[in-house]
Design a protein around this ligand. Structure first.
Ligand code: OOG
Ligand code: NI
Length: 415
């Protein structure tokens, strides 16, 4: 076909903006968070013009990551096909079952993979799939009932996925008028359903894991959170607390310090009780609330090399990372670059390569901080076979290795 009128990056930017509008209508506190984040970024840029090296104010202002959760490999495959239409491809494999406080999901991130695309719009979605085959969480009776439930629902209209495949193959949408319709149908797939929740089924799953209930207790998927990026997360934390919003106890990830910011720091406010309707055992419908959706914010720093990541993991494993950070990392970009700890475009310490991915420990902490009850995995071996290769085969897409992408990006000049 001829050159698409609307390239994938424009579709992606419009998709991110439309989801943001939708989620703001669903979760009003998100709008407060976005406003506070924009104020932090404006003030920070005004005081530190050099901060643009981590992304232009335009990029950072529009930047979001979303989190969604699905039930089955087939549902995850649909997500992969849908997001490919927006130029978002799977990167990395996260196994949150291994976390200190395990969550019964395996995850990947759909995002743009090259620096020009990231500069246009870096929208990324952390996507988790229920680890239903893992007998440490689901006994065979529950597993077969969850499978039956999930087998009877359809998250994505097959016509939408067929259109997405065509758009991905063409590298964009041929006709501008069709783009709006495609976007509207894509966004609608993530609207919180007003259909009543089966109270007994939801409660039974909650006893295993609140995340299992969120995924398999209802017939649709939804945005769990949508996260703006800030240039100074400590300032954001202070401003939200001043506005009377209860934040979780800590900022997850590396401590604040006076050297280069590395990887990712995140924090969130507690999930709010949202009105939901429930279907009772006698068939009547009643009003109630669920607390599953929260507000998260993040700050991004330079991407670490494998060597840098080893240092990072070692520092994070100490009792008080803030106290010892300087023993593990030099406090200038020059030294970070020359020690081979972090990625810089063409080796120029003034041009850091921004970290575009996630941290499993923080992700598990983010899941956990918003659950009322922890999940306990039963003892036993994991015979599920879940892993990166399993997931790539299940979704029919190559899963990129983040280090390969950073190696390639570091060869290029900044976008
Ligand atoms: C995903 C949690 C992971 C992050 O920012 O680390 C995540 C979820 O809650 O579904 O979004
Ligand atoms: Ni998140």
């Amino acid at each position: 076909m001829s050159t698409p009128q609307i390239p994938t990056w424009q579709l992606r930017a419009r998709f991110a903006a439309a989801l943001s509008t939708m989620y703001g209508a669903e979760v009003p506190a998100y709008t407060t968070l976005v406003e506070a984040s924009e104020a932090v970024n404006r003030d920070y840029m005004a005081a530190h013009p050099e901060a643009e090296r981590l992304g232009s104010l335009d990029r950072v202002t529009a930047e979001r990551h979303g989190a969604i959760r699905v039930g089955t490999p087939a549902e995850l495959a649909d997500v992969a096909d849908l997001f490919a239409a927006f130029g978002m491809y799977p990167v990395g494999f996260y196994d949150l079952r291994d976390a200190a406080s395990p969550v019964p999901v395996v995850s990947t991130v759909f995002r743009p993979v090259d620096s020009k695309e990231l500069a246009h719009n870096p929208f990324r979605v952390f996507t988790s799939m229920l680890a239903m085959r893992d007998g440490r969480f689901f006994d065979s009776d529950l597993r077969s009932r969850v499978e039956r439930f999930l087998g009877g629902r359809r998250l994505f209209d097959p016509a939408l996925i067929a259109d997405a495949r065509r758009i991905a193959a063409d590298g964009g949408c041929g006709a501008a008028d069709r783009a709006g319709d495609f976007l509207a149908r894509a966004v609608a797939s993530f609207v919180l359903s007003s259909e009543p929740v089966d109270r007994a089924w939801y409660a039974e799953l909650t006893a295993v894991s609140a995340v299992a209930a969120d995924i398999a207790g209802v017939n649709t998927t939804h945005i769990n959170h949508l996260t703006p990026r800030v240039l100074d997360i400590d300032d954001l934390y202070r401003r939200m607390t001043e506005r009377g919003i209860a934040m979780i106890d800590a900022i997850q990830g590396p401590p604040r310090w006076d050297g280069p910011d590395v990887l990712l720091r995140q924090t969130s406010f507690r999930a709010l009780a949202e009105p939901r309707r429930f279907r009772e055992a006698d068939g009547t419908v009643s009003e109630g609330t669920l607390r599953v959706r929260f507000g998260e914010v993040e700050a991004r720093g330079v991407a670490l090399t494998r060597k840098g990541r080893e240092q990072f993991d070692a520092a994070m494993a100490t009792a008080d990372p803030a106290a010892v950070w300087g023993d593990y990392f030099p406090n200038t970009d020059d030294e970070m670059a020359s020690a081979g700890l972090a990625y810089y475009h063409q080796g120029d310490p003034a041009a850091p390569v921004v970290y575009e991915d996630f941290l499993p420990a923080s992700a598990a902490g983010i899941f956990r901080s918003n659950l009322d009850v922890d999940t306990e995995a039963a003892a036993g071996a994991d015979e599920s076979g879940y892993g990166l290769d399993w997931m790539a085969a299940a979704i029919g897409h190559h899963i990129h290795d983040p280090y390969d992408l950073y190696d390639a990006t570091a060869q290029e000049p900044p976008a």
